[in-house]
Design a protein around this ligand. Structure first.
Ligand code: PMM
Length: 296
C-alpha cells in the first residue's frame, strides 16, 4: 500500500501511514529523558516525570511525542545502551498505553526495536542509519515509519564536518545515498521521512540556507521533518548582529515563526520543545495557504 498519499508544500498535506493525519503539518513534541540535552537536559530525567511531561505535550496538542535518551548536542558523549534503554522504553510504553503517538529518538537499533515493541510508532534516527549498521534492517523488520536525518559524524566531532560546497546540493546528494542504502536493506520507501538535520555538522548559515531550500529537498519526493527548535542558528539570528546569543529558553516564539515558514514550504512535521506556539503557527500557515490557493 502506498503510504504517502500526496506531496506537501503548496498543495495538499502529506500523510504517512501509521501516523496522525490532521490535515496540516504535524507537530512533534520533544521529550528528552537525558541529564544533558542543550535546552531541557535534566528536567525529565526520571520515568515518572518524563511520562507526565509526555502526557502534557500530548494534551497541548502534540501529534507525536518524541522520546530520546541520549543527547545529540554538539560535544555530547554517548551513553551506554543499557542506560538508554532504561531511560526510554518504559516511558514509551506508558505513553503508548495512554494512547499517545510516540516516536523513539535513537541512533541504536536495539533501542529502536525495544521502543517499537513497547508501542513507538516511528523511529527517529538523527544519523540516517550511519551510526548503527543494523538500524536499516531493524527498521525494515519492525515496519514503522523512519526519519532519516542528514548527519555526518557523532556529536563530539560534528562541528569539524560543517564544510559544504553548496549545502542544499550536498545535503540532497547525501540524503539520496541514505535512501539507496535504506531501501537496499529492505526499508519501505513509503515509510521514509527525510530531515535536513539542522545543527548537525552545520553552521548557522548552512541551517538558514537549508531552511530556505526546503523546496529543493521536497523534490526528492519524501515527507520532510524539520528540527529547528531553540537551535543555535535561531539564537544567533535573534541577536540582530549583537554579541552573544539569546538563550535557548527564550527562543520559542522565534521557533514558532520558523515552524510557520517550514509548514508553508511543505514540511510534513516540525519537531519542537514548545508545542502550543508551534501548533498555533502551523495552523496559521495552513489557514493562510488555504486562502492563498483561493486567490485568482
Ligand atoms: N535534533 C535534535 C534531536 N533529535 N531529530 C530530528 N529528526 N531532527 C532534529 O533536528 C533533531 C532530532 C537535537 O535537539 P534536542 O537536543 O533539542 O532534542
Amino acid at each position: 500500500m502506498q503510504s504517502v498519499v500526496a506531496l506537501g508544500g503548496p498543495g495538499p498535506p502529506v500523510e504517512v501511514e501509521g501516523l496522525p493525519r490532521p490535515g496540516r503539518c504535524l507537530v512533534m513534541g520533544i521529550l528528552n529523558v537525558t541529564p544533558d540535552s542543550f535546552s531541557d537536559g535534566g528536567l525529565y530525567a526520571d520515568t515518572r516525570r518524563a511520562v507526565d511531561r509526555g502526557l502534557e505535550l500530548a494534551a497541548q496538542g502534540a501529534d507525536i511525542v518524541d522520546v530520546g535518551g541520549e543527547s545529540t548536542r554538539p560535544g555530547a558523549s554517548p551513553v551506554a545502551l543499557e542506560e538508554e534503554l532504561a531511560r526510554t522504553v518504559q516511558v514509551v510504553r506508558e505513553l503508548a498505553r495512554a494512547g499517545v503517538c510516540t516516536s523513539i529518538d535513537t541512533l541504536h537499533a536495539p533501542v529502536a526495536r525495544a521502543a517499537v515493541e513497547a508501542g513507538a510508532r516511528l523511529v527517529n534516527d538523527v544519523s540516517g542509519g550511519l551510526a548503527d549498521p543494523a538500524m536499516a534492517r531493524t527498521v525494515a523488520a519492525v515496519g514503522v515509519p523512519y526519519v532519516a536525518t542528514h548527519w555526518r559524524a557523532p556529536s563530539r566531532e560534528m562541528d569539524r564536518h560543517a564544510r559544504y560546497d553548496d549545502v542544499v546540493t550536498d545535503v540532497t546528494a547525501e540524503l539520496t545515498r541514505r535512501i539507496w542504502r535504506l531501501t537496499d536493506q529492505g526499508v519501505d520507501r513509503a515509510r521514509i521521512v527525510l530531515d535536513p538535520g539542522l545543527g548537525f555538522a552545520k553552521r548557522s548559515e548552512h541551517d538558514w540556507t537549508l531552511l530556505a531550500g526546503l523546496g529543493a529537498l521536497r523534490r526528492l519526493g519524501y515527507p520532510l521533518l524539520v528540527g529547528a527548535s531553540r537551535k543555535r542558528f535561531i539564537g544567533a539570528a535573534l541577536t540582530d548582529g549583537g554579541a552573544g546569543e539569546v538563550p535557548p529558553a527564550r527562543r520559542d516564539a522565534a521557533t514558532a515563526a520558523v515552524s510557520a515558514l517550514a509548514a508553508l514550504d511543505g514540511a510534513f512535521c516540525v519537531r519542537v520543545h514548545d508545542v502550543r506556539s508551534s501548533l498555533d503557527a502551523v495552523r496559521m500557515a495552513s489557514a493562510y495557504q488555504a486562502h492563498r490557493t483561493q486567490q485568482p
